[in-house]
Write a protein that binds this ligand. Structure first.
Ligand code: P6P
Length: 336
């Protein structure tokens, strides 16, 4: 028998009773976060049905990234857009699946960005996937929505999180005052608090990267990984384990849960692109969570949340996780 959950708070109660740096969570932000969570609860059910309701496979279309869209990518995107329409403080939203932002109420305090179903290439092989979301404070709530409203650094996020659809459906969330986790009770449809202060150990013995790209990496990344592979007989004096789920949400959830480092760095395959992952709705929300859990997140030269975007869908080189590992990688990049 496992110990019963020590907490007894669902997501709505948590939002109503929590304080962020001593201040209550604004009602408009609570409403928006609840709408996202409720939509992800619905999406969890859809994902779990998969082939039973004909949802596996490609939709036969491509997204703005030039990637093949899975049927569930489009369903997830549409569910999220629909799910937040009633949020009165939401000015607009942007998605990996759409080239331009969508106006919700035009004016309002918040901007929502999301990758509706990250790792969707894993859907057909029943591997964990997830929804990633980031909420920015609109600089001037009274002005009509423009794409440029979204082009703020990750430091402007007021909330960020993900929902991983795995053996459990679990949400990780930060509001800028630590990281908490909730697991979906599929009987009640409620997300229930399971962890109230997530912390990433500063050191680790576990790294995550797609090793098949090794010959294409920049020298600092190759040096770091080769030292991990050399293990106890090399520079690091300890053996490392490797993981690669090819689903950022699942890999980052492992890092938040037991430490480690996740890397999707720039490589020479498409040298004109800074990386594969997108800054605004993948790297920034994950970096907010990791920093708030005591880790760090860099593109090799700068902390990712300090980067000022020039394009809604711009990509970035990502290395995030246990602080000591990120500092080592930054040092290797500074020597390059
Ligand atoms: P590769 C999923 O498509 C994704 O965007 C991330 O979730 C994941 O970390 C990465 O791409 C996997 O990429 O090249 O290893 O298939």
């Amino acid at each position: 028998m496992t110990a019963a959950n020590q907490f007894n708070l669902n997501f709505k109660q948590y939002l109503q009773t929590s304080r962020v740096k001593g201040v209550a969570i604004p009602a408009g932000l609570q409403e928006l976060l609840l709408a996202v969570a409720d939509t992800c609860s619905t999406l969890s059910h859809e994902v779990a049905q998969g082939a039973l309701i004909g949802l596996l496979g490609s939709a036969g279309s491509g997204n703005v990234q030039g990637e093949v869209q899975q049927k569930l990518d489009i369903i997830a995107n549409d569910l999220l857009i629909e799910g937040v329409q009633g949020c009165k403080s939401l000015a607009g939203l942007a998605s990996e699946e759409m080239e331009l932002p969508v106006e919700v109420h035009g004016t309002g305090d918040y901007l929502l960005l999301f990758d509706p179903l990250d790792g969707s290439s894993n859907i057909d092989v029943n591997v964990s996937i997830g929804t990633i979301f980031s909420i920015l404070k609109k600089q001037d709530p009274s002005t009509p929505l423009q794409t440029s409203d979204f082009l703020l650094s990750g430091r402007h996020q007021v909330a960020a999180g993900y929902v991983v659809y795995g053996p459990q459906t679990t949400m990780a969330l930060t509001l800028g005052d630590g990281v908490v986790m909730f697991t979906l009770n599929k009987v009640t449809g409620d997300f229930v608090l399971i962890k109230d202060s997530v912390e990433i150990a500063h050191s680790t013995k576990e790294f995550a990267i797609n090793m098949s790209n090794m010959r294409h990496w920049a020298e600092p990344v190759r040096r770091y990984v080769e030292e991990c592979l050399a293990g106890a007989s090399g520079e690091r004096d300890k053996d490392f384990n490797m993981r690669w789920i090819a689903s950022m949400v699942a890999d980052v959830h492992r890092v938040l849960s037991r430490g480690g480092i996740f890397m999707y760095p720039w490589d020479q395959r498409e040298p004109h692109k800074p990386g594969k992952l997108r800054l605004m709705y993948e790297a920034n929300p994950m970096s907010f969570l990791v920093e708030q859990a005591g880790g760090a997140s860099t593109n090799g030269e700068h902390l990712i949340m300090d980067l000022v975007p020039t394009d809604l869908h711009e990509r970035v080189s990502v290395m995030l996780g246990s602080k000591e590992e990120i500092e080592r990688l930054q040092h290797y990049h500074s020597q390059a």
